[in-house]
Design a protein around this ligand. Structure first.
Ligand code: ADP
Length: 344
């Protein structure tokens, strides 16, 4: 049986992180949804395992929280191989990468998150490692310095990114398997809720599960977070069972509306409406106007707003849709300075 995952991520808070790890599936049949990604990967893993070879390098694309890290670890578990995890911003110098790759065992699955943020010198070193399974190593200093090539075991690089367009084509072309994640359906998320509730030992009514699933931005990480908060409400203010009533009042108290938008999502839409007349507005200007980084706006908030049909990306910038005005209880002509209302 594979061991539980213990992955520490920089982008989520530590308490949530520790709890999240206990909910991570560790085998492919526990990984719910993403059917085509799973089916393809299952074939490639079985083939590599039968041949006792390292799996081809794997490139995973998709918004945060959809299960890229989890699937990388599952791949290692299914292959019976070691798993190493890092993120591109943590690799500051080539020696950081060399330090990891020089100590791996054969067929190790090496996961690099946010691979679009690799520094050029590290990317160069990675090309050789991925293709020739060798490391360029500099010995000596100054005029006496020379580069030697050191062989390393065959390994599988799993590169994950939220921004496939920012990955250079030489790097992209070195991945033999490319898989794209999509947002989960409500039904898939309610299966994830069922599984997580079992692990957390909490009872959830069917209607409550569907309601939570519909407000989870199509994202398992959000589903699990909402489930944990509803467990708190049910424990302190209810009978311990997560009912539809607990979820309705809990979501309202957390400021999560019927589409799963949080305060910040609504602030983004309102900024486009009130400050830029509904758009178009460039991503950078929009990010500045709401006091956040363009990365957060583009990686986390925008994909779901676009998926919901509330925001559009046009060549001239971001534009809100009719549906956004309706959802916020505004009309395009009277939008200025009105506050939105939301309920279920
Ligand atoms: P990413 O690397 O894409 O940001 P993670 O792999 O960290 O996402 O997934 C976030 C959390 O969501 C995980 O801890 C896991 O508990 C849960 N999760 C993700 N995908 C699935 C899935 N397909 N089935 C069940 N739980 C999942």
């Amino acid at each position: 049986m594979a061991s539980p995952l213990n992955i520490v991520r920089a982008d989520i808070d530590y308490e949530d992180d520790a709890q999240e790890n206990s909910l991570r599936p560790s085998l492919l049949n526990e990984f719910l949804g993403q059917q085509s990604v799973k089916e393809n990967l299952s074939v490639f893993i079985n083939a590599a395992r039968e041949r006792q070879e390292a799996l081809d390098h794997l490139f995973l694309i998709g918004p945060p929280g959809l299960g890229k890290t989890t699937l990388a670890q599952i791949t290692a578990n299914e292959l019976g191989a070691d798993f190493k995890v890092t993120s591109a911003p943590a690799l500051e110098k080539p020696k950081d990468l060399a330090g990891i790759l020089s100590t791996i065992s054969p067929r190790t699955v090496f996961f690099i998150d946010e691979i679009h943020r690799l520094k050029p010198a590290i990317e160069e070193m990675l090309y050789i490692a991925m293709e020739d399974y060798e490391l360029d190593w500099v010995i000596g200093q100054g005029a006496a310095a020379r580069t030697v090539r050191i062989p390393i075991p065959k390994f599988t690089l799993v590169g994950a990114t939220t921004k496939a367009g920012m990955v250079s084509s030489p790097l992209r072309s070195r991945f033999g398997i490319i898989q794209r994640f999509s947002f989960y359906t409500k039904e898939e998320l309610s299966l994830i809720i069922r599984r997580s509730a079992k692990i957390l030992n909490v009872e959830v009514d069917d209607d409550a599960a569907l309601l939570m699933a519909g407000c989870s931005r199509g994202t398992p990480r959000v589903t699990n977070r909402i489930l944990r908060r509803m467990r708190d409400f049910a424990q302190v203010e209810g009978s311990g069972v997560i009912t539809e009533e607990i979820v309705r009042s809990g979501l309202a108290r957390l400021g999560i509306d019927s589409l799963g938008l949080e305060k910040y999502d609504r602030e983004i839409l309102l900024a486009v409406i009130n400050k830029f007349g509904g758009g178009p507005v460039g991503a950078e200007t929009l990010a500045i106007s709401i006091g956040d980084s363009m990365d957060t706006l583009e990686d986390y908030y925008e994909p779901y707003l676009i998926q919901c049909g509330l925001l559009q990306r046009t060549p001239r910038g971001r534009v809100v849709t009719e549906k956004a005005y309706t959802h916020l209880g505004l009309s395009p002509s009277s939008a200025q300075r009105e506050s939105p209302s939301f309920d279920f």
